[in-house]
Design a protein around this ligand. Structure first.
Ligand code: ATP
Ligand code: MG
Length: 564
């Protein structure tokens, strides 16, 4: 698959795509009174950014065409589904900015109707109870090149099938003893039509129906009929269901459904350095590879939120990538681009030092301090200003100093002069080292004439550096995240081998200007020259914890060597 910049950049920008074109044409031709879409998650995990694409498509179309979008939980497999996931999914859809209003539904609401329709298929001679084991069924299904074999139970009478199916429902048989299958065509070129399973026996407690059922409909059987019950006009799903469409249409044809939704398929979102499979994400959580579903390295909506990614950035990203019919992989840099675009406009600027190096301004009087004014947003005067305390002892970033700098290094080094942001020009005279020979302190002087950062004599400096005061800055823990995987196309089957051992870097000795630490806001801020950072809920009084949401520039390609 090619790494695409966007499905069709022009169309995406204009907010158009082939599905919207279809909807517009259908409404124009009055094929429907209004558009009804749905987002149908299975509550067996948290939502991820791929789901955001589907959410934004379904809710977006309903909004733009004056229709409605249902949130429907496809809760047909109680073995894997939990209330925690139902709650998390609703929270995340809402947080993304979408509203289903009164239209919250569950496939389990339709269990009785689906059951009645299954009996109708039996009565029509279109479904039968099969006693083969799972293994026998798998073998007899055939392959892409060979037809399947008819089950020895395929020709049971309607009466026998009805009786067995009713006893399945009544809970008379153990898990896996029998299934109900559609009777279609074991030789079909489309494997989905080789007598697919409609019901399986499962003695489990369902989050909504409890122990009422001992049999559960398959996803394929429940999905299309649920759409039909809800009068969905455009049933939008990802490409892997294209081959299932003939089966869905077969059900709609054979059953007395109240409407006949048409299914349209689009390409699912894939992102470099990222796996968007619920199975993998579940294993990352269960295996302790991450701290939870909301670990900021996870591509889940909850993880992105905790990391500080605003919902507007996710919506912007999804809009930019567009909707296409061919699978492709989107560069993770595009997501970061959208995050920066939004945060650059909204985030307040502050100063923080991630790896502090002490600076003593020798000619600044001991015991004296002064307040300097700093702007909160360079492009937004309404964001106002704040005060920062300057004094004799400060911290700068270790990276901003080199004792023996190469030619193009313009930041601080012995003898060089730089500007401290909002403050003064300073010069470094000597360094103090520890026993191990590491630089632990710089002795500098400042030029009192340069208050505010400009020299009256017009002399220039080549670098402006951020800093914090030593005395009243606040110590903090800062978590810097890198990609969770080292490969641009991680192997979903063996993802553990591709995990990045350096995906989390914890800096425990960062220093923040007090205004950062004092604010309890979860709004991301820009730490000048470093990136965007957001308070983490792990923060405790006196122990602020911040996540790096994203750096200021795309440095990732360099960090991993730019090779894929
Ligand atoms: P799995 O990863 O096991 O295939 P799923 O992500 O498809 O599961 P669902 O809960 O069935 O899980 O997904 C809900 C909806 O989101 C479906 O309509 C599905 O097509 C869509 N969807 C899932 N993944 C993506 C993706 N990567 N890009 C776009 N849409 C997606
Ligand atoms: Mg799915």
């Amino acid at each position: 698959m090619a790494v695409a910049k966007a499905a069709d950049a022009g169309a995406a920008e204009a907010g158009r795509d082939f599905i919207r074109d279809i909807v517009a044409a259908d409404l124009q031709a009055q094929r429907h009174a209004g558009v009804v879409t749905r987002f149908p998650p299975e509550p067996n995990g948290y939502l991820h950014i791929g789901h955001a694409k589907s959410i934004s498509l379904n809710f977006g179309i309903a909004e733009e065409f004056g229709g409605r979008c249902h949130l429907r939980f496809d809760d047909t497999n109680p073995a894997k589904e939990e209330q925690e996931y139902i709650d998390a999914i609703q929270r995340d859809v809402r947080w993304l900015g979408y509203d289903w209003g009164q239209n919250l539904f569950y496939a389990s609401d339709y269990f009785e109707q689906l059951y009645v329709w299954a009996e109708s298929l039996i009565e029509q001679g279109l479904a039968y109870v099969d006693d083969q084991s799972q293994e026998e069924m798998r073998v007899n299904r055939g392959t892409l090149t060979e037809p399947g074999k008819n089950s020895p139970f395929r020709d049971r009478s309607v009466a026998e099938n009805l009786d067995l199916f009713r006893r399945m429902r009544a809970g008379e048989y153990p898990n896996g003893a029998r299934v109900l299958r559609a009777k279609i065509d074991m030789a079909s070129g489309n494997i989905n039509l080789r007598d697919p399973v409609l019901y399986r026996i499962l003695h489990a407690t369902h989050p909504r129906t409890g122990k009422a059922w001992s049999i559960y409909p398959s996803y394929d059987y429940a999905h299309g009929q649920s759409d039909a019950i809800e009068h969905i006009t455009h049933s939008i799903c990802t490409l892997e269901f294209e081959d299932h469409r003939p089966l869905y249409d077969w059900f709609l044809d054979k059953l007395p459904v109240p409407s006949k939704p048409h299914q349209y398929e689009f390409a699912r979102l894939n992102i470099t350095y990222t796996l968007l499979s619920k199975r993998v994400l579940t294993e990352l959580v269960r295996g302790g590879h991450v701290s939870g579903w909301d670990d900021p390295r996870m591509p889940t909506i909850a993880g992105l939120r905790r990391r500080g990614v605003p919902p507007a950035a996710i919506r912007d990203f999804v809009k930019r990538i567009g909707v296409a019919k061919a699978n492709s992989v989107v560069d993770v840099g595009m997501l970061e681009f959208s995050i920066r675009e939004v945060l650059n406009k909204t985030a307040s600027r502050r100063m923080a030092v991630l790896r502090p190096l002490k600076v003593v301004i020798e000619n600044y009087p001991e015991g004296q301090t002064e307040e300097l004014e700093a702007v909160n947003h360079p492009d937004d005067p309404a964001a106002g200003t704040r005060r920062i305390t300057f004094g004799r002892e400060l911290y700068i970033e270790q990276d901003d100093f080199m004792e023996n700098p190469p030619k193009k290094f313009f930041r601080l080094s012995p003898g060089s002069e730089v500007r401290l942001r909002y403050a003064y020009f300073v010069k470094c005279h000597s360094v103090i080292k520890n026993a191990a020979g590491q630089v632990v302190e710089l002795r500098c002087t400042y030029d009192p004439e340069t208050r505010g950062g400009n020299a009256p004599d017009g002399r220039k400096v080549k670098a402006t550096m951020h800093w914090v005061p030593a005395a009243n800055s606040v110590q903090a823990e800062v978590r810097v995240y890198n990609q969770l995987f080292t490969k641009s196309a991680p192997d979903a089957a063996n993802f553990a081998a591709d995990l990045n051992p350096n995906s989390l870097e914890v800096l425990r000795d960062a220093r923040l200007e007090p205004s950062i630490a004092e604010s309890n806001s979860l709004e991301p801020m820009q730490f000048e020259r470093l990136g965007y950072f957001t308070r983490d809920p792990d923060s405790k009084p006196g122990h602020p914890v911040f996540n790096r949401t994203v750096g200021l520039r795309d440095t990732f390609a360099k960090e991993v060597g730019g090779k894929t």
